[in-house]
Write a protein that binds this ligand. Structure first.
Ligand code: URP
Ligand code: ZN
Ligand code: ZN
Length: 516
């Protein structure tokens, strides 16, 4: 009689804490056993890892796909295509965004915004599990009442759908929140144990710089970065830390790219504040040079492919990012996958030319694809090229810390027998590894480019397993095993109960905040 559905033999298991040769037994989609040697006759099926490294599947906690509100315009991915591309690069959980539907009212408004997104994704073939953050698009007004209403809405959203994180923006026309509104949000997220994710850029400086550059006729893609210098991110980061300190709320900065921001985050962490940071491969591997028009390029708009916010920084900045990843200032690495077609004249980056817009950087949709390439690039640069101190650090950054921070550990982000889903990546054995040249066609995504075209990596996921089933093997997707579903998450954002003075939120008078 079989004890296991599958045994993976002869691998080197690597988690955030350990690195050792072992066999893995899988049963009912879960890790059932990890041992020196497991008898092959106990399983229905055996995979020989041939000495390859085995890691938990990646968690990409920052992915944009098509959603009912279309807040970011016409991104090219559905949840189906994003999960497909994710597993082709070893990511087995994505956390995407549902946006607040500002047309909805009442205590279920946010819960129903999330439900609309889940209803849409349920129709699609999903290769891996997905969770959702909520984007707060607009608070109804700036009265004190708003935070009490938001409190109800967040509680319902969490109870109904297990959404335990929200993102707020300090920039972007139509999304930029005042400090007042951010405090209102934090008041409510703190009470409900919801993590507040922050896009930190000073939107007023960006607006002013953009207008000034336009007046001077400086509108090519490269000037998108000029309109958003590193201090723009640094100022917003330290302001958000002040707000979070006032409200005693844990926060996570998304897509951190600037040295000033890193300094503020490090200082806050050292003083004991719960401040977390995410960065993305583009900030460790690409630079503002990649947004320039080069003389050999016939297409003067090509740099638009790499327009994102915060923008790509000077080449010398990359080392700062790697150091911050290794010393713990940066807690997680996500892709910020936000794929727009490049060549389409009607959808995506070329929209910047529509209706007489003339290609000005203001009109280029911000974002780039990256859900597939995140893990192979980080494995290659971080581990094989020694930019991180260990393979365990790689695992910590790409899956274990995201799982802990976003409330799905140890179901995700670990290989713990009895607890973890059997979401696994088996890498090629080092003896057989050959450099792989990244080509857009390998990425199994609908986007017409990758910023990493031609980059060489020293390994690539050989097998990706989700819930114990192989969904990707040696370059091919196995659609019949695609059974991803929605992932409820737990709250995980515990305040410190340290205040700047005698002020306390009204709800504190009635007891401590609810936590799971
Ligand atoms: O340029 C970016 N980052 N696009 C995606 C939206 C966001 O701000 O995360
Ligand atoms: Zn953002
Ligand atoms: Zn994003």
């Amino acid at each position: 009689m079989s004890v296991y559905d599958l045994i993976i033999k002869n691998g080197i298991v690597c988690t955030a804490s350990d690195f050792y040769p072992a066999d893995i037994g899988i049963c009912g989609g879960k890790i059932a056993a990890i041992a020196d040697s497991i008898d092959s006759s106990l399983a229905k099926e055996v995979i020989d890892a041939e000495g390859g490294i085995i890691t938990p599947g990646g968690i990409d906690a920052h992915v944009h796909v098509d959603e009912p509100m279309k807040l970011l315009g016409d991104v090219v991915d559905t949840m189906g295509s994003a999960t497909q591309s994710a597993v082709a690069g070893g990511t087995t959980t994505v956390i995407a965004f549902a946006s607040q539907d500002v047309g909805l009212r009442g205590p279920k408004a946010l819960s129903n915004s999330v439900k609309q997104a889940i209803d849409l994704y349920e129709e699609q073939t999903l290769y891996c599990d997905y969770g959702l953050h909520l984007i707060i698009a607009r608070l109804e007004d700036e009265s004190k009442q708003t935070c009490e209403e938001l409190d109800d809405q967040l509680r319902n959203m969490y109870d109904d759908h297990g959404v335990s994180s929200v993102k707020v923006f300090m920039t972007y026309p139509g999304l930029q929140m005042s400090d007042y509104s951010i405090l209102n949000t934090m008041y409510a997220t703190r009470k409900n144990g919801i993590t507040t994710m922050i896009h930190a850029e000073n939107g007023d400086i960006v607006r002013w710089m953009t207008e000034s550059l336009e007046l001077q006729g400086l509108v090519q893609p490269y000037y998108h970065g000029v309109s958003r210098p590193t201090i723009v991110e640094g100022e917003a980061t330290s302001r958000a830390i002040t707000l979070a300190t006032t409200m005693d709320t844990p926060i996570l900065f998304v897509h951190v790219s600037s040295p000033e921001a890193l300094d503020s985050i490090r200082k806050a962490q050292t003083s004991g504040l719960k401040v977390y940071a995410e960065t993305c491969p583009q900030y460790m591997l690409l630079s503002d040079e990649d947004t320039k028009c080069h003389h050999d390029q016939s297409d003067k708009f090509e740099g638009a492919k790499n327009v994102c916010s915060p923008p790509l920084r000077e080449k010398q900045n990359e080392q700062r990012i790697w150091t911050a990843m290794d010393n713990g200032t940066i807690t997680i690495v996500s892709s910020d996958h936000c794929a727009y077609l490049y060549s389409s004249k009607f959808r995506g980056k070329h929209n910047a030319f529509d209706n007489g817009k003339g290609g000005g950087f203001r009109y280029i949709p911000n974002g780039m694809p990256g859900v597939c390439t995140r893990l192979p690039l980080l494995f290659d640069q971080g581990y094989l090229k020694n930019k991180l101190s260990s393979l365990m650090k790689f695992v910590e950054l790409h899956c274990t810390n995201p799982a802990k921070i976003y409330g799905c550990y140890p179901k995700k982000g670990a290989l713990l027998p009895g607890s973890s889903d059997a979401d696994i990546v088996i890498w090629y054995p080092s003896k057989s590894k050959v450099p792989v040249k990244i080509r857009n066609e390998m990425l199994h995504h609908p986007c017409d480019y990758t910023p990493y075209e031609g980059f060489e990596v020293g390994n690539w996921p050989r097998y990706t397993l989700v819930h114990g089933k192989v969904v990707y093997k040696e370059g091919k997707l196995l659609q019949h095993n695609a059974e991803g579903h929605y992932l409820r998450r737990n709250t995980n954002s515990i305040p410190r109960n340290k205040w700047v003075n005698g002020w306390r939120p009204a709800y504190e008078k009635f007891g401590t905040p609810q936590q799971e």
